[in-house]
Design a protein around this ligand. Structure first.
Ligand code: FMN
Length: 204
């Protein structure tokens, strides 16, 4: 894993950088994947990791629709231009509303946050197994809702392309550099505050 190229901006010191796990420093959002399937145990471990995430009141509002390239019908239904060569395509669907015992509709205030936490778990588990993923907001939500008959109290949040990343040196040079380019990150002092909003935290 090439961590050097994925380093964050130089506003954390070397001691802090050294503490980062390679699942964090080595993560990227590939566009190119090997033509290699994801076996059942691996796939199960990914959704199991997502299931173990924290969620408000343990409501677990994260749902998945998963299509494997090996399953032609599923692939065809989910196929979008964002698929690339990934082995799996997923749509992450959040439960937005539930019924209370009194049969009243209750809007879950943190369902998108909880869903992100579950995807964080899945992402780390994927990294641990050598898989990577690219989230894709550019999905046709209405089409997905229709194709999969998703009820109105659920919201398709994001598409995900997941697979075994193609080794960067297998890519043409122009795309290799683009693929491995370190992504810009906001300076810490622009989002980690102390005394008041906008005041950088003293530990920075
Ligand atoms: C919720 C979400 C939606 C995204 N949607 C897209 C997308 O529609 N198309 C795309 O090419 N990348 C998409 N990305 C990938 C981001 O562009 C990428 O994570 C960001 O540039 C940082 O790069 P890195 O993940 O390689 O560090 C998305 C990422 C997230 C978390």
């Amino acid at each position: 894993m090439n961590t050097a190229q994925r380093a964050s901006p130089g506003d954390t010191d070397a001691a802090a950088q050294a503490l980062l796990h390679e699942y964090i420093t080595g993560r990227r959002s590939p566009r190119n994947y090997l033509d290699r399937p994801v076996d059942r145990a691996t796939l199960l471990s990914l959704v199991e990791a997502a299931r173990r995430a924290a969620s408000a009141a343990n409501m677990q509002p994260c749902n998945f629709i998963v299509a494997s390239k090996q399953d032609e019908r599923a692939w065809e239904r989910m196929f979008q231009s964002w698929a690339g060569g990934a082995a799996l395509l997923m749509v992450v669907v959040a439960t937005m509303k539930v019924m209370t015992p009194k049969q009243e509709e209750f809007t879950l205030p943190t369902s998108q946050y909880d869903t992100g936490l579950a995807m964080g778990n899945l992402t780390v588990q994927a990294m641990a197994l050598g898989l990577m993923l690219r989230n894709m907001a550019g999905i046709d939500r209405e089409r997905i809702r229709e194709v999969y008959a998703i009820p109105p109290t659920y919201e398709p949040i994001c598409g995900v392309a997941l697979g075994w990343p193609a080794p960067p040196d297998s890519l043409p040079e122009s795309r290799r550099d683009f693929e491995l380019e370190a992504q810009e990150r906001r300076p810490l002092n622009s989002f980690v505050f102390g005394d008041s909003w906008g005041q950088p935290a003293p530990f920075l």
